[in-house]
Write a protein that binds this ligand. Structure first.
Ligand code: C5P
Length: 318
């Protein structure tokens, strides 16, 4: 029996790019947060051999270059399975949007194959397959708020944050992540402070925020929000990719500004873009903002941040 999996998107609550490594990747420090926007991925195992990918959106590759393909290959091998894998992707998330859509699809294939075959991998094996396919996959094996280090593939669950209203603006352009990293490297040499200082700064902000959450002795500070997620992002968490991507695509910077003008408590580029998101104090505030952005010609989606519990409850509940 084929199974259908919701493949939820993520946003990045801040992202720092560190040193370029010998393996061609960059050190990274980020907090991923899963959100309610999703694709649907149907996975079946039939008689025969091979991997078939079907998607109505012609921009989605259906050959080995799709991350779902390599993930299916590795998962079949790890589970000791034979058969023809048929994957159908109902694409709703933007392509090259910085929302982890392709990576989430691949993790949905991994989980779907386990469920369809009634066989299970160990957590370590699952994470190893995911990390091998791409830096952005393992976060989807944790869900909720997730600290990402290394090249982004080393993932650590953070305490669950309250569901927070979110509006995602998806401009028509796609941004190539490798190109954004290359542009970062070019500018790094010219203008920016040492990567180690910037990583340290972000690490301190995350630690301070975590320790403040668990230290309940002090009275609430002035200006401190009811919502710890908003406290965190207001502590000066930003996304390094904005420095290079906004330069090349000024309309994305305009999208961020439009979100703030529409009442967002915080707005940022997600990953290397092109999506920009805003976090709002309440669902009605998000709805008003999305309506206003729509009138201005932006494609704006209302959603909510997904805590770990909700993420895992809803993933197979299709
Ligand atoms: O891991 P993933 O396949 O998503 O990475 C795509 C490309 O993005 C890499 O080949 C590399 O050029 C760049 N990248 C990087 N540093 C990271 C993650 C990705 O330079 N931490």
């Amino acid at each position: 029996m084929p199974v259908t999996v919701r493949s939820f998107a993520k946003i990045n609550l801040g992202l720092r790019i560190g040193a370029a490594r010998d393996d061609g990747f960059h050190e990274l420090l980020t907090v991923y947060q899963t959100i309610g926007l999703h694709d649907l991925v149907k996975v079946g195992i039939e008689r025969g051999t091979g991997i078939e990918i079907h998607c109505a959106d012609p921009r989605v590759p259906t050959d080995e270059s799709n991350t779902c393909f390599r993930t299916a290959q590795s998962t079949l091998r790890a589970l000791g399975l034979k058969g023809r894998v048929v994957i159908e992707i109902d694409k709703r998330l933007p392509i090259q949007g910085g929302l982890g859509g392709a990576s989430a699809n691949a993790v949905a294939v991994l989980l779907g194959l386990e469920l369809a075959s009634k066989k299970s991998l160990g957590a370590t094996e699952r994470l190893a397959i995911a990390a091998d396919v791409g830096s952005d996959l393992p976060l989807f094996l944790v869900g909720g708020a997730v600290l990402g280090v290394g090249r982004g593939e080393q993932v650590y669950p953070l305490p669950d944050l309250p569901a927070t209203a979110c509006v995602v603006v998806t401009p028509a352009v796609g941004v190539s992540t490798p190109r954004a990293f290359a542009e970062w490297d070019r500018r790094q040499k010219l203008t920016l402070p040492a990567p180690s200082d910037r990583m340290l700064e972000f690490g301190r902000a995350v630690s301070a925020w975590l320790s403040a959450r668990f230290y309940s002795g002090a009275p609430r500070r002035r200006g401190q929000a009811e919502n710890p997620l908003l406290d965190f992002v207001r502590a000066g968490i930003d996304n390094d990719f904005e420095r290079v991507v906004f330069h090349e695509y000024p309309e994305l910077c305009e999208g961020k500004r439009a979100l703030i003008d529409a009442g967002a408590e915080y707005a940022s580029l997600s990953g290397s873009g092109s999506a920009v998101y805003g976090l709002f104090a309440s669902p009605p505030a998000a709805r008003r903002a999305a309506a206003r952005l729509g009138k201005q010609g932006w494609t704006a989606h209302i959603t909510v941040t997904l805590g770990r519990g909700r993420y895992w409850r809803r993933i197979f509940d299709c």
